[in-house]
Design a protein around this ligand. Sequence first.
Ligand code: NAD
Ligand code: ZN
Length: 360
Amino acid sequence: MSYKNFPMVPRVVFGRGSFNQLSEIITPKRLNPDAPFIFLVDDVFKNNAWITSRIPLSYDDKIIYISADEEPKTSQVDELVEDIIVTTKERPSGIIGIGGGTLLDLAKAVSIMLTNEGEAKDYQGWDLVKNPAIYHVGIPTISGTGAEVSRTTVLTGPTKKLGINSDFTPFDQVILDSELTKDVPTNQWFYTGMDCFIHCAESLNGTYLNTFSETYGNMAYDLCKEIFLDNTLSDVGSQEKLMMASWHGGMSIVYSQVGIAHAMSYGLSYLLGTKHGIGNCIVFDHLEEYYPKEVALFKTMKSKHNIMLPQGICSNLTDEDFDIMIGVALGLGPLWENALGNNWKKIMTAKKLKELYQKM
Ligand code: NAD
Ligand code: ZN
């Protein structure tokens, strides 16, 4: 038996207000005055001086505001890299992503593509990246995806939605300042938070489970129950706990896999552009056959927070549309194997999957 040797985020700061330490953290990493830091920032913060005034800019450093309305695409990564190459005197000293999973994944992908030839789509898969990425820092402003700790950057390419999974993908530095999450709208807080809950449900019920994944998964699972069901938590306590739940949920996945909700949500995302958090919720709501205990809990949390999920999003789809979604979902073999075991192809047929999608 040969065990996987995974890299982890080597440096992390945790604490309310720790975003103020960004300058002291990155300054020693500046290669020279011609090698700028590029800040990729969610454009939801564009006119938010509370955040932008604390981004330390010197020399040729610059902020690129990016919308998170759509999930990251390989072509978008290529354009960003091209833009950075033509507008900087030297290869940047670092890329700093500030935002949710969308911006964190873009920062990881751009930092990889600045040192690797070709296009981002060439690297979708496992361990295809040849050269180390440039220094990259992740600063989450919404909690749940685990993108701050994971070994992947999920991208939609011309033929597939698949991550760049590599030893060079994880951040060199993460700053966990829960205060940055204080203005997340309730619906989005729930969707992205449930991404974490679903990571735990899929990891803990998976055939790939091991003690490494189980212990992190249990911690995140219990935190989610506290955050989404307990009335006594303060806002600050809840924000801090969700930040750590996201981290632990991500750690749980590192050494296992996600499962059915993620595979099906990738199909929705590829065909309909449904975003990850809400897509997972839409799917998970119908997976009681596979995750009975967790789906029941999910429904309780949903009603407690008055969350109304979209209904009937698959009702007008053609057979061809279903085939595309089913193709994307069933292409994710490891997720199904984790969820259903070696025999998964016999259990999850295209017909069965279509029936599930038709409920959504
Ligand atoms: P997101 O980054 O798309 O953000 C969701 C929404 O919240 C956006 O409208 C954004 O502008 C807004 N927002 C973010 N921070 C805010 C704040 N502090 N105040 C107000 N609004 C704020 O959503 P997400 O759920 O964090 O990330 C989804 C993405 O993450 C998907 O692309 C998915 O594929 C990816 N993902 C990656 C991994 C990984 O391991 N790399 C894991 C899970 C998901
Ligand atoms: Zn997820």
